[in-house]
Ligand binder design. Sequence first.
Ligand SMILES: *Cc1c(COP(=O)(O)O)cnc(C)c1O
Length: 339
Amino acid sequence: MHLARFNPVRFAHLPTPLEPLPRLTEALATAGGGGPNLWIKRDDCTGLAGGGNKTRKLEYLLGDALANDATALITQGAVQSNHVRQTAAAAAMFGMACEVILEERTGSNAADYTLSGNVLLDELLGANIRRVPGGTDMNAQLAQVAAEVAAAGGRPYVIPGGGSNVIGALGYVECAMELVSQANEAGLEIDRIVTATGSAGTHAGLVAGIAVMGADIPILGIGVRAPKDVQEANVFKLAQETADLLGHKDRVTRDLVVADCDYVGAGYGLVDEAVIDALKLAARTDAILLDPVYTGKAMKGLIALSRKGAFDGETVVFLHTGGAQGLFGYQTIMDGHLG
Ligand SMILES: *Cc1c(COP(=O)(O)O)cnc(C)c1O
């Protein structure tokens, strides 16, 4: 795979560390000697104004935006979107305007949710924020804002929610290559990769990367929003398109795409006791700060599946996709649950 031909711009702190999680591994060990041997890929440390998984995607997306002489980045997300924060940071770094549309998806009116966490950082980074109610046609909103920017003489570059198109997914093809090379160097045999899966670009990029490399490592996506059939179909479509861009569409087969969407709980961005327990366990064992919307839910699933014996004897790499900045938007909601 020759990713340089897609002209990414370089600002991420790479490679991100691949580290063991000894205390979490011990906490999930079962009496009979079962449980996973857990490692973590630290994509929460990609560096871009707090970092997270959108940073790798943005290296490729900014490459494309610069090739198109864009003067403004336009994107959308939930109120506490980490993608929006990282896009605002990238725009600042390249001297571009940033227009963002935040969708009210969770129903929370708490001041910390609507103003703190990622929202505070979006504003600090200079993004211009528009807010719309839940259920709004966000693609239509993106098109409308792009038209407004163009009418005012700017050159808009629209980035879809989560940066999840084939260009963004290349960032996770690169992550797959980086991870396999780190594992080879460390003599670490990976049995499975576990990641949160939302707008699908991360999961799809990993599937495409592992498949095109022929590395044969199963990937489990833990869903945060859509039901399993919808999530797997979205990931499969994008993984195939990404592999196609790399000249190997046939290598991504449907069986490679597996999502478990049993841990979404009441809905996107809504935390429950098991999510808070997962946040506490990761923090209090290996000092890992997860987030309430994505990695906390993925860890909730990983813990539950471990306790059911799903990973017995496996070396599992948990991809930390970032998001801890969003914790500050959830103070009211978690208040009284952190003891
Ligand atoms: C966006 C995001 C995800 C999900 O990644 P997708 O590529 O949208 O599936 C996971 N974790 C965090 C912290 C995110 O911000």
